[in-house]
Design a protein around this ligand. Structure first.
Ligand code: KG4
Ligand code: ZN
Length: 356
């Protein structure tokens, strides 16, 4: 089955209202437009307020879709498929996009597909690196998730590691608040850390030791202890203004070291030749550079541009296009699910020792 020739994609899982159009020319899929409207209102509250997010999506979804169509030079009648984020995320926010997509698909009589938000992040780099093909290892690091995946084929994934507590982006955001940098913390910490001194604050590398243990937690992450260590350092700082950049650097170095060590170890264990970094935290240059240094001569590191790594509808279109091409269709009763499970998960890996 061929994918749609003009796919409209919609993303409303958190605090970005986004719509994109993907065009298929022959066998190649091209991004024709991508409109992302970030809801600034949440900055005032230091985090996303679900009720406000849903209301803002309701107001802006129509104009954002219209603008995406206009930028792509299309009318609604020319659209022949719709992809929409069905989860995970804030259920009220997801519902706005799902209901909008359902209604449009029914009205136009065209196929609809519900996309898992994290599978969208996984597909984002394909829009700029069309030769990206499995097998590869992927580290997906966003505000809500930290997933270390083995991608055996598109649509077929083995989950090797996840977080016990905070997601990587959540840790950046909480530390951003502790350092008085506002929301979201990630970009601000990256900027500040670039001016900080390495090694002045040496924070714990949580669960780095499990990497050498060949047990079920080999690829498990945990970031809440790191956040607590930073809180203590902030509390005992005599001059936070003077220490802030060094604190940001110490935190970022610790988190990046653990992310890179575990991802590189999985690349080596599987003999993979590609590591994909995806999700908002993958925008972090220190993370990208550390991964490239660590895997130099062993594997290439593929990362989408910042605009496609943070939440956007283009990535939802890329994943949706793949699923529609496989013949998958959502029914007219497609639902939004805050806890939508990752699709296509293979059975969990056994500890390394059982393969010997
Ligand atoms: O993928 P995303 O846009 O939304 C979710 O699905 O959650 O990721 C947002 C997260 C936020 O936690 C934000 O602080 C983080 O990505 N982030 C960064 C950077 N840019 C965004 N973290 C570290 N460094 C960055 N440059
Ligand atoms: Zn996301």
């Amino acid at each position: 089955m061929t994918p749609p020739s003009a796919l409209l994609a919609i993303e409303t899982s958190c605090d970005e209202t986004s719509a994109a159009v993907l065009r298929r020319d022959g066998s190649r899929t091209r991004l024709a437009s991508c409109v992302i409207l970030s809801q600034d209102i949440h900055r005032v509250f230091g985090g996303v307020v679900p009720e406000l997010a849903s209301r803002a999506h309701l107001t802006t979804i129509g104009p954002v879709v219209d603008q995406a169509l206009e930028e792509a030079g299309l009318t609604l009648d020319e659209v022949d498929g719709i992809a929409v984020t069905a989860g995970p995320g804030l259920v009220g926010a997801l519902l706005v996009g799902v209901m909008y997509g359902r209604t449009l698909a029914a009205r136009l009589g065209i196929p609809l597909i519900g996309v898992h938000h994290l599978e969208g992040h996984l597909f984002a780099p394909t829009l700029e690196t069309p030769d990206l093909d499995p097998p590869f290892v992927a580290l997906l690091v966003s505000g809500g998730h930290t997933l270390l995946l083995e991608v055996t084929a598109w649509g077929s994934y083995r989950l090797h590691g996840t977080t016990r507590d905070d997601a990587a982006g959540e840790a950046f955001d909480k530390v951003g608040t502790l350092l008085g940098l506002g929301y979201p913390g990630g970009p601000a910490i990256e900027r500040l850390a670039a001016t900080g001194r390495a090694g002045r604050y040496r924070f714990p590398r949580p669960m780095l030791d499990t990497l050498g243990q060949d047990g079920p937690d080999r690829f498990t992450f945990s970031f809440s202890g790191l956040k607590t260590a930073l809180l203590r350092a902030v509390q005992s700082s005599a001059d936070l203004e003077a220490d802030r950049a060094d604190l940001a650097r110490g935190f970022q170095d610790a988190l990046v070291e653990v992310l890179v060590a575990k991802s590189a170890a999985l690349v080596e264990q599987l003999g993979a030749t590609t590591l994909v970094l995806g999700g908002g935290v993958a925008c972090n240059r220190a993370l990208q550079e550390a991964a490239r240094r660590r895997l130099e001569g062993q594997a290439r590191v593929v990362v989408a541009s910042n605009r496609l790594n943070t939440d956007n509808a283009a990535m939802i279109g890329a994943a949706g296009s793949f699923r529609l091409a496989r013949g998958e269709r959502a029914g007219p009763t497609l639902e939004a699910r805050a806890d939508l499970p990752f699709p296509g998960l293979l059975p969990s890996p056994e500890p390394l020792s059982s393969h010997r």
